[in-house]
Ligand binder design. Structure first.
Ligand code: DC
Length: 226
């Protein structure tokens, strides 16, 4: 029987999880699960269907039947569609992040998305990016990382990304948003944002993301997963 391995990459928004997970999945030739995208699409689907994020039952129904698909653009960028409609840009806005974080705090929504996340696992392996990949979704993962960085550094990185995209944003407002989202993600009753006990914690506040990736690859190699 071929065994599928899992490497989990958890941490707060803007800590470099997405970049590291993407690079690692490509390097290993494994599948990638961007679990945050599932919460983001759930929030966005509510807006499209006219469902309030506060209506827990209706949001749960949306999550349970979420018609979401992922595909790779020629540029390598991952495109995300809800009911065949491209929502890639909409889910990455600050409002998209707020919606994701709000619906992700609803226990029945997390439950509704659990099996779907586990279904991503296929041989030879899966790199799972999120908040509770190592603690709840894949507790038996072969290797677990928890990437973090100070809120100020994460706000600064997000600011540079948005400015590069030509968006006008305020750094203090971004910092407020990040701190508010961290507080909501860390204090919720189910699957709060905490490192798994056996996670390797990497603080990238003063470390460029390429170095973080090198360190991750070193740990993966030491574990014999390459
Ligand atoms: O990783 P991200 O920024 O795309 O995640 C968006 C939101 O989704 C984040 O604020 C918290 C939530 N989330 C979660 O609760 N559990 C996950 N496994 C992934 C994301």
């Amino acid at each position: 029987m071929t065994v599928a391995q899992v490497i989990t990459v958890d941490g707060p928004s803007g800590a470099g999880k997405g970049t590291v997970s993407h690079l690692l999945a490509n390097k290993l030739g494994w599948r990638l699960l961007d679990s945050g995208a599932l919460y983001r699409v759930t929030g966005q689907a509510c807006l499209i269907e006219g469902v309030s994020w506060a209506d827990h039952q209706a949001v749960t129904d949306i999550a349970r039947h979420l018609d979401v698909s992922f595909s790779a653009a020629d540029t390598g960028e991952i495109l995300v569609a809800y009911k065949g409609r491209d929502v890639s840009a909409a889910i990455r806005t600050e409002e998209g992040g707020r919606g994701a974080s709000t619906v992700a705090a609803i226990p029945s929504v997390r439950e509704a998305l659990l099996a779907r996340q586990r279904d991503y696992l296929q041989p030879p392996g899966l790199v799972a990016d999120g908040r509770d990949m190592g603690t709840v979704v894949f507790p038996d993962a072969a290797l677990k990382f928890f990437l973090t960085a100070s809120a100020a550094e994460r706000a600064e990185r997000r600011y540079k990304q948005l400015i590069a995209k030509g968006e006008s944003v305020s750094l203090p407002r971004l910092l407020d948003d990040i701190e508010e989202r961290d507080a909501r993600d860390s204090s919720r009753s189910v699957s709060p944002l905490v490192p798994a006990e056996d996670a390797i914690v990497i603080d990238s506040t003063a470390t460029p993301i390429e170095h973080v990736f090198d360190l991750v690859v070193q740990k993966v190699t030491e574990k014999g997963l390459t």
